[in-house]
Design a protein around this ligand. Structure first.
Ligand code: ADP
Ligand code: ZN
Ligand code: ZN
Length: 802
């Protein structure tokens, strides 16, 4: 029998399985989805068995054998192997990358594996008993040597023996030592009779144990109960009256208790949405629902009850949230309803915690997973529902190989399990809305807030007027007034600054003009070194203007204020205000988000000041004012999705106000109040925005009307980066139709990172049958030749931002 193995050899130009022989002792043990070590070149590398065949093209005598089997239970299911194939097509990644991304880091890193005895030795196969004299054995090596892997596997399946994986970096798996009394009462009685009177204390213990056969105790507690020392217990164990067992316990990623909740009585709209979703589930239909509900409309309650419905039938659910470490409140709501049936998977967990959660899922000990992007690969095997909350968020797209979108992966799995998917948002991605329009997704709408609170009133403040009125502060008169009132009334506020580090745009403080590219409708980016403005889409460049091109004002400069500066300003203007700041600087530590939000929830501050991480998920009753310091920051990102992102963000933050009894007010400060993304955010009305933005996309040939592919190339040497980028572009051009839109190569928006110069090319197209093949060839060329020259290349078939 020949095993087909995908090997973990980075930068190897060939993407195909290699053939390996299966040594006799591993026959029937190696399965599809098993991790193995195989000889490759002069070393052993990690690999995944993806299938088997009877024959091989490898000449006899050249065929090498699998060196080691790493898991007796395969870590990948048949579904995952299939999904990996799909992902290689969808993202042009190599199969090994697709396989790896589905597993927790712990299974990729160095780890330590132990085989641990679960029950009394007597229950085991005789041959295993011999080996298990040691109780706990590292790796399978010993069993393999003795030809005992097959019985071991059986024992694992029967639950007599357990495999414990301890991640080395994290120290050992957390274990609890127990003492287990021999489960044969008569054996214990006989043992007691045979004991001499010298071992009085031990005798006492054994006699006591004969009345507690098969029971388990914590050693220290038992010693205290029987008033004996640890040494006495050890002695009793040596006589065979009991055994010590080390049980692995799960690390607990939840830092606090939650109050249980019951299902709420749904509103009419919620009920209609739930009925449609449940009907799809009942009919085993892989239907994708776009649940479009205004902020506070109770989308989460719909998720909870839809999950309950599938859970009643023993089915599992996956809930994806944009970045769970930022939204502890969301996790809590699921735990409050489903208790310990919920596992979490997100980046803020330690590697050990992640692995534990993954195992709970793999073993089916939980039936709901709440997690960030990669939780879409949760190793459930009986899925009934998949949910993406805030489906428009760009964090669902992985910006690293494999460049998959969690939405696509979710829909793929729903088709595998014939179950529904819910995409929830107040402001769906344009792509999703377009699909709903076409009928590919089913649109479900929640137009009212669940408790019939009014949507907050939104005021747009023109910061140009403020300047003209002589107010040079960061706070407009209205916002300052609003803050003062809240401080007097003891209500809470959120101040929001959407600061995105790198690129800065140039804005006229008198007329609000932002200097834009003549070709691309994209804000030009200021480059300090050349003191010029550049379009990083098409490469257009002009010198930094001295006066505003529209109104000739000299008040023109590049833009950008940090949260820290606003905090200082707040302290100056409102010395009595208690401010909590939440941005990258204040949240580096694990659990910091939670601590800050908890403190705010307990009313320990009046003002929560932060970046986009406070836009989502916050649900505090006492927040009655939301201030957006500058809506322009995100509007002027050099990205064709800038307007969409701004509208989404403004709607999101506005939704934080007045969610409960107290009515909410929102103040949005801007230099461009006439921009449709800002104007329409005032009414928080999605449809007009959608229509308007679709027109723009059409006019400039962007998605969803056209597809966009991004090719990025980087090198330490600027010339080489540019050369390779041009080579790539010429290659693509030679292989595609004349209709294709090719832009670039141009320096990327962040033209240099970590001393690497970055260039990018864009391909805009509607139909290009040869595109994928051409890109594959480009990647092969890169892997075979270019990579040796220090160049890096990636291709993104669905860039979330450019
Ligand atoms: P969304 O996720 O759409 O922003 P949430 O699910 O957070 O909205 O709901 C907003 C608030 O309304 C929450 O406090 C929630 O408990 C409450 N809520 C949701 N559905 C109902 C309902 N049917 N009856 C009463 N309150 C509800
Ligand atoms: Zn001007
Ligand atoms: Zn341009």
């Amino acid at each position: 029998m020949i095993a087909k193995v995908i090997v973990d050899v980075s930068a190897y130009p060939v993407d195909r399985p290699f053939d390996y022989g299966v040594p006799k002792q591993l026959v029937h043990l190696v399965e599809a989805g098993s991790r193995v070590k195989v000889p490759f070149g002069r070393r052993n590398v990690l690999g995944f068995v993806v299938g088997f065949s009877e024959t091989t093209d490898v000449p006899a005598g050249k065929l090498k054998d699998i060196a080691e089997l790493l898991d007796l239970t395969p870590v990948l299911t048949a579904e995952m192997l299939e999904m990996a194939k799909w992902m290689t097509q969808k993202t042009l990644c190599y199969e090994i990358d697709a396989l790896q991304v589905m597993l927790p880091n712990a299974l990729r890193a160095k780890y330590e594996k132990k085989v641990v005895l679960n029950v009394a030795v007597t229950a085991l196969d005789e041959s295993l008993q011999r080996v298990f004299g040691k109780r706990q054995i590292s790796t399978y090596k010993l069993f393999e040597k003795e030809g005992l892997l097959a019985p071991l596997k059986r024992a694992i399946r029967d639950g007599q023996v357990e495999v414990v994986t301890a991640v080395k970096q994290q120290g050992k798996a957390k274990t609890v030592r127990k003492i287990k009394v021999h489960d044969d009462k008569f054996f214990l009685q006989e043992l007691a009779e045979s004991m001499g009177a010298r071992a009085k204390k031990q005798l006492h213990v054994v006699q006591w144990m004969s009345e507690h056969a098969g029971e388990e105790f914590v050693p220290a507690e038992l010693a205290a109960l029987l008033d004996v020392s640890d040494a006495v217990l050890k002695g009793v164990v040596e006589r065979g009256a009991a055994t010590f067992t080390d049980e692995e316990t799960y690390r607990d990623p939840f830092s606090k208790e939650v109050q249980a909740t019951n299902a709420l009585t749904l509103t009419k709209e919620q009920q209609q949405a739930l009925t449609s979703i449940n009907a799809a589930y009942d009919a085993k239909r892989a239907e994708t629902f776009l649940l479009q509900g205004v902020t506070g409309s109770g989308k989460t309650e719909v998720y909870l009850q839809a999950i309950q419905h599938v859970m009643n039938e023993g089915k599992q659910s996956i809930v994806l949230v944009p970045e769970i470490s930022l939204t502890p409140q969301m996790t809590e709501r699921f735990r409050a309803r489903f208790g310990d049936k919920v596992a979490v998977m997100h980046s803020a967990l330690s590697m050990g915690e992640k692995y534990d959660e993954w195992r709970k899922v793999q073993r089916g000990e939980v039936s709901v997973v709440v997690g960030a992007r990669s939780a879409v690969f949760a190793p459930f095997t009986n899925i009934g529902l998949i949910i993406l909350d805030e489906e428009h968020e760009s964090t669902y797209k992985q910006e690293d190989t494999p460049r998959y979108h969690a939405r696509d992966a979710a829909i793929w799995r729903s088709q595998f399990y014939n179950c529904p998917v819910i995409l929830g948002s107040a402001t769906p991605a344009l792509e999703s809305s377009a699909r709903a329009q076409k009928g590919r997704y089913t649109l479900l709408k929640l137009t009212e807030r669940a408790k019939h609170q009014a949507l907050p009133s939104v005021e747009i403040v023109d910061m140009r007027d403020e300047l003209h009125k002589g107010n040079r502060s960061m706070f407009s008169t209205i916002l300052a007034q609003g803050i003062r009132e809240r401080l007097e009334r003891g209500e809470q506020m959120v101040l929001f600054l959407n600061r995105r580090g790198f690129s800065s745009f140039v804005l006229c403080r008198d007329c609000g003009t932002v200097v834009q590219c003549k070709n691309c409708d994209i804000s030009l980016t200021y480059h300090k070194t050349s003191h010029s403005l550049r379009c990083h889409y098409c490469g257009y460049e002009e010198p930094m203007p001295k006066v505003c091109p529209s109104c000739q004002s000299e008040h023109i400069r590049f833009f950008g204020t940090g949260t820290q500066k606003i905090e200082e300003e707040l302290h100056k203007v409102f010395p009595e205000a208690r401010v909590l700041r939440m941005d990258v600087d204040t949240t580096r530590q694990k659990g910091a988000h939670e601590r800050i939000l908890d403190a705010f929830g307990r009313g320990e501050a009046d003002i929560l000041l932060g970046t986009q991480m406070i836009a989502k998920g916050l649900d505090f009753p006492n927040i009655t004012l939301v201030g957006v310091m500058s809506a322009d920051t995100s509007l002027n990102l050099p990205d064709f999705r800038a307007a969409e992102k701004t509208f989404q963000l403004l709607t999101q933050v506005s939704g934080r106000a007045g969610r409960h009894e107290l009515p909410g007010q929102v103040v949005i400060q801007t230099y461009t109040p006439e921009h449709y993304a800002i104007e329409l955010a005032q009414s928080q009305d999605y449809e007009p925005f959608y229509k308007r933005e679709m027109k723009m996309r059409h006019r400039f040939s962007y998605p969803p009307y056209f597809f966009v592919v991004l090719i990025q190339i980087s090198h330490e040497n600027a010339m080489k980066a540019s050369d390779y980028a041009h080579q790539a572009m010429r290659f693509i051009q030679a292989n595609l139709s004349p209709q294709v839109g090719l832009i670039g190569p141009t320096p990327a928006s962040i033209s240099r990172i970590q001393n690497r110069y970055r260039y990018q090319c864009l391909i805009k197209y509607k139909v290009e049958p040869n595109l994928i093949e051409a890109l594959k060839q480009l990647i092969r060329m890169y892997r075979t030749d270019w990579i040796k020259d220090g160049v890096q290349l990636f291709v993104d078939l669905d860039p979330s931002s450019i």
